[in-house]
Design a protein around this ligand. Structure first.
Ligand code: PMP
Length: 278
């Protein structure tokens, strides 16, 4: 199996990560997950742009050109003969004797990327899944796609233990986002999602969905909504790179509307499939 290590494609078993890598010690780095459909990277520019933005927000300088990065990722997909799956990539602040403050500026970031086969979750997308409400205990820079994911993984684990697919996090009464997804509701034929701020990640799938609404005359607004709005919604779905448009048919004990994926959710799933050419 081939992977990318500091810009070069090499055999996975040849990679050594230092025990004082700041990603390993502090979660001091940023990452992206890019979908691969039929051997092609979906929304690659958007993901790479977000990677650079996340890095910039925590003052990591990426020592590669965007185009160079994309070309190597495409080469990796080819050599690994990946058809449908994902690319995971991450950059850490590099390796340096442990101290909280940043290392000297000449320490190079450590960059790795690898591929994994992952089918489209067709059954869940067709039937819908359950969500679990949980207080959002994360920090105040959730706009950064950082390796620090403790809040997110603790939330996801709670969902798994409750037989749910995803947690829907809230700060007080306001819904923020899933542990690894954005949240949408439909009320009176209007799609609603929370506006971007420091409290959520601006999902690439979220952005694709907004564009699909604009192109297809689906009424849409970015507005903060509450737990009550969510439970009383006509439709609920979450969005992410791996889950696309995933219907939520129950939240905690409350069945959403008829308990089936809704009309607009279905429409967006179809439009999304068209967009990715599947
Ligand atoms: N929010 C969080 C916290 C996430 O981890 C993710 C998945 N990366 C998303 C939203 C959805 O983002 P995207 O559509 O870019 O995968």
């Amino acid at each position: 199996e081939n992977i990318i290590f500091n810009g070069e494609i090499i055999e996975r078993s040849k990679v050594n990560i230092d025990i004082e890598d700041r990603g390993y010690q502090f979660g001091d780095g940023v990452y992206e997950v890019i979908r691969v459909y039929n051997g092609k990277l979906f929304t690659k520019e958007e993901h790479i742009n977000r990677l650079y933005e996340s890095a910039e927000k925590i003052s990591i300088q990426i020592p590669y050109e965007k185009l160079e990065l994309i070309q190597t990722l495409e080469e990796l997909v080819q050599v690994n003969q990946l058809d449908t799956g994902i690319i995971y990539l991450q950059l850490t602040r590099g390796s340096f004797p442990r101290q909280h403050g940043f290392p000297k500026s000449d320490v190079p970031p450590v960059y790795v990327a690898y591929t994994r086969e992952m089918p489209i979750p067709k059954v869940s997308m067709d039937e819908g899944v359950k969500g679990l409400l949980i207080e959002d205990i994360r920090w105040l820079r959730c706009d950064i796609k950082s390796l620090n994911l403790l809040g997110n993984i603790l939330a996801k684990q709670k969902a798994a233990e409750s037989g749910c697919f995803e947690t829907i996090q809230h700060r007080g009464e306001e819904v923020t986002e899933g542990s690894s997804s954005n949240v949408f509701i439909v009320k009176d034929n209007c799609l609603i999602t929370r506006p971007v701020s420091n409290l959520i990640l601006n999902g690439i799938t979220r952005q694709v969905i907004i564009k699909l609404c604009q192109e297809n005359g689906i009424s849409f607004k970015e507005e903060i909504f509450t737990i009550d709005d969510l439970l009383e919604a006509d439709e609920v779905f979450i969005s992410s790179t791996t889950s696309e448009v995933m219907p939520i048919i129950q939240v905690n004990e409350k069945v959403i509307s008829t308990g089936k994926p809704g009309k607009i959710t279905r429409k967006l799933q179809q439009l999304f499939q068209q967009k990715i050419g599947m």
